[in-house]
Design a protein around this ligand. Structure first.
Ligand SMILES: Nc1ncnc2c1ncn2[C@@H]1O[C@H](COP(=O)(O)OP(=O)(O)OP(=O)(O)O)[C@@H](O)[C@H]1O
Ligand SMILES: [Mg+2]
Length: 242
């Protein structure tokens, strides 16, 4: 069977620093995989390489059997891969709804030719992530961190992905917001969405994933069920700075 996402022998060097060291893993369709590891382990850099925002030094990235490892980011998004950012990155000169619209129409040529915008869909996406109706015409600068994370999710969903990479999706959220976003991820899972999720909130992460891989100093140190990985000695040591 062809895996939906297959990362093979990924290496990324920043000068003398090896941020990703020969990392390989696969994600099957409908699978949800946790990517855990201490600060600076290399989790975000793996996401950036999968999206093409950072070019790998060596190694390959396949999406549904197709080699996407040299494609520009916009092309990868059109092939069905999308991400959220650890630090939300809205377009600050657009409203909340307009930010989601950019995701709905990633191809500016399509926008010019068809000029057709599905206002219902962008509003439905905004409400589905828990943004309040009265916030939709605001500037992102007026939103709380929790609402900025919801906006990140809505923008990511708008590109109609087949696999979503979520980077620190719970950071800065209240307990209620974590429950709301968890339920949203669960409902997308029930509909068959595929996830790769980075989170330091391991308690919130556990119910959302089937499996986990642990990264330390750019290297994969464990892979298995969430519990197996959390109990792994190398993983425990890495969190303690060992
Ligand atoms: N553009 C860059 N140039 C140089 N070094 C970088 C760059 N991006 C990341 N790094 C380094 O690569 C390593 C991995 O960073 P990365 O952000 O991927 O870690 P992380 O696991 O996401 O950490 P955190 O949990 O703190 O978000 C770190 O040492 C970081 O300083
Ligand atoms: Mg990170």
């Amino acid at each position: 069977m062809t895996s939906l996402l297959k990362v093979s022998n990924l290496v990324k060097k920043f000068g003398g620093l090896t941020a990703t060291h020969d990392v390989s893993f696969t994600v099957e369709k409908g699978d949800s995989l946790a990517l855990i590891g201490p600060n600076g382990a290399g989790k975000t850099t793996i996401f950036s390489q999968i999206m093409g925002e950072v070019r790998q030094t060596s190694g390959t990235i396949h999406l549904a059997g197709q080699d996407i490892g040299a494609m520009p980011t916009a092309t990868r998004i059109r092939h069905g891969i999308s991400r959220t950012y650890q630090v939300p990155r809205p377009f600050s000169d657009m409203t909340v709804l307009e930010n989601i619209r950019v995701g709905l129409m990633p191809d500016s040529l399509t926008q010019m030719v068809f000029g057709r915008i599905d206002h219902d869909r962008e509003e439905a996406l905004a409400l589905s992530v828990g943004l309040a109706p009265q916030d939709l015409l605001k500037s992102p600068s007026e939103l709380s961190m929790g609402d900025l994370r919801k906006l990140e999710l809505a923008r990511t969903m708008a590109t109609n992905p087949s696999v979503m990479l979520l980077d620190e999706v719970f950071a800065g959220l209240t307990v209620g917001e974590i429950a709301q976003i968890s339920e949203l991820i669960q409902s997308m899972r029930r509909e068959g969405m595929t996830f790769l999720i980075v989170s330091h909130d391991l308690k919130a992460l556990e119910p959302l994933v089937d499996r986990a891989i642990a990264i330390n100093q750019g290297q994969k140190v464990a892979e298995g069920s969430f519990k197996e990985v959390m109990d792994n000695e190398a993983v425990v040591a890495s969190y303690l700075g060992g």
